[in-house]
Design a protein around this ligand. Sequence first.
Ligand SMILES: [Zn+2]
Length: 419
Amino acid sequence: MSMELPRFSFGIGDRFGHEGEAQLAAFEALADEGVVVTPVWNKSNREHRICGTRPESVRAEAEAAVQARGWRHGCFVDADHVGLATLEPFLASSDFFTIDVADAMGQPVAEAEAEAFAMRHAERDGWLRVPGLVDPLAADREVALRVARKSLAAVREAGRIFRRIAEHKGEGGFVAEVSMDETDAPQTPIELWFILRGLAEEGVRVQTIAPRFSGAFHKGVDYVGDPARFEAEFEADTRIARHAASSLGLPRSLKLSVHSGSDKFALYPRIRSVLARTGAGVHVKTAGTTWLEELIGLAEAGGDGLELCMEFWRGALARIDELCAPYANVVAIDRGGLPSVEELARWDGERFARALRHEPRCLEYDRDLRQLLHVSFKLAAEAGPRFTAALVRHRATIAPNVTHNLLVRHLRPLFAGLR
Ligand SMILES: [Zn+2]
């Protein structure tokens, strides 16, 4: 029996490991409404390094939350964006691995190998016909060769990483995702097709694949780009993944993964309508915006909770370059518009919460402040027990924010009512 990723799954981050139960409460509410979505707790090596945590802590949190709430629909723990160099510490505690081959995209391969790939995988008559897509896609030798030159090194790398994980967990003992989203150029549907052919040939039992879509996916804020264009791309890719699953011998659970960087609200109705139209599934991965809900809850608590928020804001402004550096290509902050320390000192907790909470229609919502705080979780890690004790003390204002955010802003818009 192979471990299979269900049709609907949703990746959640929880950098400090205190909100597992509040997160799970949102999935429970949706399940009560008739749609089961499988939670996947994800945390990358980068986040572990900045927080000073180890991968086992995510497994422990997930298990404690599942136990405490009696959740019966399963969950996964995702080793997010791992490569050969970072894989080892995740092997014991993860059962979902996001095999990141973005760095290998565009790396050179021997021309003879690329030629041979194109020979093997080009369509005989030069056209790929995908059920559900009106127009056939050009898939002749030339197209295949172009994809091979760009992506074959990444396909091979995915094979090496997959086999290394399989040595430890057994082939069917984990869910494999392949991600290429952190590259500069979006992949076209036909590129995705040839990449899937390559992965099938490598023996990678990929269940979900994260291409780079067009548009900007900055952390914690909404999509910047043309949602209609995204929808067309997402639908083509979805149908290609389905076709690949049935014709290339890849797992039948194969589906797309959208590495959203959180809060791509403009895309949710688009994703949802493609799922309704195609009957396909999806994995949507979000970043650690739970930490922002913790700040909102602390601010609403006032007193020492609000004071911590102010302290983090002072630190964030003072260390902005350092905090943004690891996230340079996934944040776009207009520094001139950030509120000063003096201005913030005049705010009460509700005002702070309104600036931070992702309600685009609220006039006081501030996407620059939100992005900066999103990448400033290192400050909370440095505050250590002072911060985590506050999380426990102010659970009453934090937990409802965590649950509400996940259920009302994410899960329902994506999944409610889907059959
Ligand atoms: Zn990603």
